[in-house]
Design a protein around this ligand. Structure first.
Ligand SMILES: NS(=O)(=O)c1ccc(C(=O)O)c(S(=O)(=O)NCCc2ccccc2)c1
Ligand SMILES: [Zn+2]
Length: 260
C-alpha cells in the first residue's frame, strides 16, 4: 500500500517549499495576538539611517518585486531596537493578495492586511557575507510594515511607476536614488520576535521587527502590484498575487512589544 505523505511534506504551491520545516521551532510568519504580546521596557527605539544613493535596481524575481541596495558598506543601516548591533540594508520587497481581504504574511489578532513590506538587513558585524548571515540565528533583521487601503502614498508611487517595466520574471531596471524611510511609519511602536525567512531556505535567522502602525496606499497602487507576473516573457501569463506564506505555529515563543 502506498504510504500517505504526511502534511509536513505538503508543498506550498507557490514556492514548492514545505509548508512546515521538520524540527522548525521558530518559523514565520505568525499571527500576533496583541493581548499576548509582552511589553519590554528594555527595548530601545529602532534607529534607521539609509543613504538613498545606495539604491541599485528594482527587479521581478518571480516571487515578488524587490529593490536592492549596495550593502558593501555601512551606509544604510539600522541599529537599536531588539538588535545587539547594526545591520545593513540589503533589499526590500512586498507580499500581497489577489484582493484587499488578504495579502500580508503576518496577521494582527488574526486580521490580514492587503499587503506587507519587508526590509531585509544582515549582521555584517558578526558575519562576512549575507549568505553566511542567512544561516545564523542572529544573522538577519527584517522590518515588517503593513499596508492598508486608504490615501494615495506619494513615496510608493515612485516604485509603482517603475512596475510596468518589470512586469515579467527576471526583468530589472536601474533605480538609482530611493529612500525607503518614506515607507516606514513615523510612529516608533513595534512588536519583535525570533523567526525565519518566509521563502526558501526558510532558515531560522530572522529577528522580526513588525511596525504597529500601517502605511496607507490607494486601490490603484495595490492594483499595480497585481499586474506583475510570476511568469517570464513568452510563457503563459500568471498574475503575481497571493505571494505570502501560510501562518506558522507560535510554539514556545513570546512576542514582545516596544509599547504599553
Ligand atoms: N519574506 S523574507 O523577508 O523572508 C524574504 C523574501 C525573499 C527574499 C529573497 O531572496 O528575495 C529574502 S532574502 O533576500 O533574505 N533572501 C533569502 C534567500 C537567499 C539566501 C541566500 C542567498 C540568496 C538568497 C527574504
Ligand atoms: Zn518577505
Amino acid at each position: 500500500a502506498c504510504t500517505r505523505k504526511n502534511r509536513n511534506d505538503a508543498l506550498h504551491p507557490l514556492w514548492q517549499s514545505p509548508l512546515t520545516i521538520p524540527g522548525g521551532t521558530r518559523q514565520s510568519p505568525i499571527n500576533i495576538q496583541w493581548r499576548d504580546s509582552v511589553y519590554d521596557p528594555f527595548l530601545k527605539p529602532l534607529k534607521i539611517s539609509y543613504d538613498p544613493t545606495t539604491c541599485l535596481h528594482i527587479w521581478n524575481n518571480g516571487y515578488s518585486f524587490l529593490v536592492e541596495f549596495d550593502d558593501s558598506t555601512d551606509k544604510s543601516i539600522i541599529i537599536g531596537g531588539p538588535l545587539e548591533n547594526q545591520y545593513r540594508l540589503k533589499q526590500f520587497h512586498f507580499h500581497w493578495g489577489a484582493i484587499n481581504e488578504w495579502g500580508s504574511e503576518h496577521t494582527v489578532d488574526s486580521k490580514f492586511y492587503p499587503a506587507e513590506l519587508h526590509l531585509v538587513h544582515w549582521n555584517a558585524i558578526a558575519y562576512p557575507t549575507f549568505e553566511e548571515a542567512v544561516m545564523e540565528g542572529n544573522g538577519l533583521a527584517v522590518i515588517g510594515v503593513f499596508l492598508k487601503l486608504g490615501a494615495h502614498h506619494e513615496g510608493l508611487q515612485t516604485l509603482v511607476d517603475a512596475l510596468p517595466a518589470i512586469k515579467h520574471k527576471d526583468t530589472v531596471i536601474e533605480f538609482d536614488v530611493f529612500d525607503p524611510t518614506c515607507l516606514i511609519p513615523s510612529c516608533p511602536d513595534y512588536w519583535t520576535y525570533a523567526g525565519s525567512l518566509t521563502t526558501p531556505p526558510l532558515t531560522e535567522s530572522v529577528t522580526w521587527i513588525i511596525k504597529k502602525k500601517p502605511i496607507e496606499v490607494d486601490e490603484n497602487q495595490l492594483e499595480a502590484f497585481r499586474m506583475l507576473l510570476f511568469t517570464s516573457d513568452g510563457e503563459e501569463e500568471k498574475r503575481m498575487v497571493d505571494n505570502f506564506r501560510p501562518l506558522q505555529p507560535l510554539m514556545n515563543r513570546t512576542v514582545r512589544s516596544s509599547f504599553q
